[in-house]
Design a protein around this ligand. Sequence first.
Ligand SMILES: [Fe+2]
Length: 356
Amino acid sequence: MTAGLVLVVAAVHSEGGRKCAEMKRHGVRACLVGPGIDARAVIDATRPAVVVIDMVSAGASASNLCRQLKRDVDTRLLPIVLICEPHDRGARLAGLQSGADTVLHMPVDFEELMARVRHTVHASQFIGDLESAASIIMTLTAMLEARTCSPGHCHRMANYAMALGRVSALSEPESQALYRGAFLHDIGMLALPDAVTHKSGPLESHEYELIKSHTVVGDALCANLRTLHAVRPIVRHHHERLDGTGYPDGLRGDEVPLLAQIVGIIDVFEAITAGRAYERPRTADEAIRVLHDEADRGWRRHDLVDGFESVVRAGALESARRPGPLLDPGSAATRPGSSVVSVSDRPADPGRATDR
Ligand SMILES: [Fe+2]
């Protein structure tokens, strides 16, 4: 049985009322809300695990209450089980259309009722866990945003990456990972002291080593959230170079994950065009020249840089520059026009674009 409260909205002498009494006899925490009592107020006050509404005794208000609960952000995940008259297809449809999680016909089998209650509660908890993970991601991102000298950085990074990803024939899961990874690629910077990340002058060698650790630290942070496992290669390897001179693992060639290569290109472009507190923004043309130079050095794939240049020339980044709302990263892949931002790393040499 569910450990939480089961709130039953029904008359005492109704199917719902009888089931409520039966629940209590079986040791379930159940509470009956009879006609004339403000069920919504009771729900707000008691925060039940599930609500069972007897549509027969609650009448037309049953659908309204259900619809209201599913519209409200605070209660939209609250599982709702409706009980309606047998063979009443209209009532069943009305219940489902109002957002009920499940509808049962009278006479209700007690075991089936409790099974439905357990199922809806578990499903709701699962969705709640996913929402919590998404909230954590958004919170971490907001912390990143607060620490960057370039507001909108993470949003732009994600949108730029998606623009390049779209011409790179990525699968949907890859696109989703790219979006999240570009958004969060510098999440490890959260663990570094401001004295280093905000230093305006050249970095000492030990400080540079600290900056480089953001890749490994970020990877470890993401390892704690299963929903972020797909972005770990991006977080860890976006500073690798194809010739093996990057960090943290000195990967070479195809060992560098494609999505990390894409984010690496975007990171350079963003660092150059957005500028930093210690460096004026430069033009997209200058950024493209730097990227081609890096491809010539063997750091990046020529075809990816060419592809990104075509994206830039086509003006596909213009909409991505505009600030937009923070999105659920899980659904971002299906919103190609959405706007997102990154804390780009401090260069070891202020004359250089990034700490590559
Ligand atoms: Fe980085």
